[in-house]
Design a protein around this ligand. Structure first.
Ligand code: NAD
Ligand code: DAU
Length: 353
């Protein structure tokens, strides 16, 4: 079996659902259920003996030791993190705790467990660390896309904490020989995406007739990947990646934010027209994010060349599926837009003109 951390969040939940769709290998899913973790994401696994959910913290060494001893996983896939850049600006402490100390705790527990394995199990064991393209910093308009050898230049508390965790993972391989792999992925989108992030926030606000808050001039570029393509990339790395190696994962889909918002408005105009007029009327430019990275772009040629991975979705197919999913899952959205979510929206947007 495998141990997944953060498997009740956006990407982790998609990964667990996908994993159990394509394999019968059981998953122990360790998640603290912070504001971003949601058991509703895993509701379709109710009663499925292949999924063992454990509510707990990756900073809890005793718990992790116990889970490793009890379940004897052949791999750990580490998603758990504080993941939202704007929240890291308002309160970086949680990001250092989970992303840095939590990853350290997990690495130490994994090292203890792995060291005591029999030779065959030891050679086959993997610790896969799920990281982000944001560690590489911001690109100019004509800069080449990030390769795996790009220098680290993290600019937000979030990306700095992820960069720190990447360095720990690297060091645990070089110093102790722990068989780690790391993937640095671009912006994901798709089902179960928490509506604090650009795409689900714009869909939720549009359907509620609220302003669509575009930071700064809206010309910042992100490289979008449908979430199940990220899941298949991680499976490929787990199956055939080389210990100690880093793999960049991206969708070859660079888009300015304002284009994303216009695409969402056009899809909603088609699928759920508003008698008041096009959703574009709600677009509102607001004060920029401090330290806002201008452009990310992933060069995903290494994972394609070495592991044969390519995304299955184009942006056009993925974004349509995403909008359709949100329209069909309004109950999920309503449950997520709870009191705590409203407090965050108040905090993040109240001071933006
Ligand atoms: P998310 O915020 O939706 O989910 C994070 C999950 O981790 C939640 O279920 C939360 O409860 C859990 N968690 C948080 N702190 C924990 C702790 N101390 N112990 C145990 N569980 C804890 O995040 P996401 O968007 O699904 O991202 C998952 C991973 O992928 C993160 O490591 C993130 O850095 C990385 N990543 C995300 C993206 C993206 O576009 N969302 C892109 C590249 C990489
Ligand atoms: O690049 C990978 C990263 O992508 C992941 O590591 C992070 O976990 C994930 O949150 C995401 O970070 P971003 O900051 O790029 O995502 P976000 O959805 O918050 O913002 C996307 C872009 O949209 C960014 O340029 C900021 C802008 N934006 C965002 C929000 C929430 C707006 O213009 N308005 C908004 O209200």
């Amino acid at each position: 079996m495998i141990l997944v951390t953060g498997g009740a969040g956006f990407i982790g939940a998609n990964f667990v659902l996908d994993w159990l769709r394509v394999s019968d290998e059981p998953v122990v899913n360790l998640d603290a259920l912070t504001y971003a973790g949601n058991l509703q994401n895993l509701a379709s696994l109710k009663g499925d003996a292949r999924h063992i959910f454990v509510q707990g913290d990756i900073c809890d060494r005793e718990l992790i030791d116990r889970l490793l001893a009890e379940h004897r996983p052949r791999a750990i896939v580490h998603f758990a993190a504080e993941s939202h850049v704007d929240r890291s600006i308002h309160g970086p402490g949680d990001f250092i705790r989970t992303n840095v100390n939590g990853t350290f705790t997990l690495l130490e527990a994994a090292r203890g467990y792995w060291s005591a394995l029999e030779a065959d199990a030891k050679a086959a064991f993997r610790f896969h660390h799920v990281s982000t393209d944001e560690v590489y910093g911001s690109l100019g308009p004509n800069d080449p896309a990030f390769t795996e050898t790009k220098t680290y230049e993290p600019n937000s508390p979030y990306s700095a904490s992820k960069a720190a965790s990447d360095h720990l993972v690297r060091a645990w391989h070089h110093t102790y020989g722990l068989p780690v792999t790391t993937s640095n992925c671009s912006n994901n989108y798709g089902p179960y995406h928490f509506p604090e992030k650009l795409i689900p926030l714009m869909i939720a606000n549009a359907l509620a007739g609220k302003p669509l808050p575009v930071y700064g001039d809206g010309q910042q570029i992100r490289d979008w990947l449908f979430v199940t393509d990220h899941c298949s990339a991680i499976r490929a790395v787990l199956a055939s990646g080389t210990p100690g190696e880093v793999y960049n994962v991206g969708g070859w889909n660079e888009k300015p934010n304002i284009d994303i918002v216009h695409t969402l408005c056009a899809l909603l105009d088609e699928l759920k027209p508003d008698p008041a007029g096009s959703y574009t009327r709600l677009i509102t430019y607001v004060t920029d994010r401090p330290g806002h990275d201008r452009r990310y772009a992933i060069d995903a040629r290494k994972i394609e060349r070495e592991l044969g991975w390519r995304p299955a979705e184009t942006f056009e197919t993925g974004i349509r599926k995403t909008v359709e999913w949100y329209l069909a899952n309004q109950d999920w959205v309503a449950q997520v837009l709870s009191g705590a979510y409203r407090e965050w929206v108040e905090k993040n947007y109240a001071e933006r003109n």
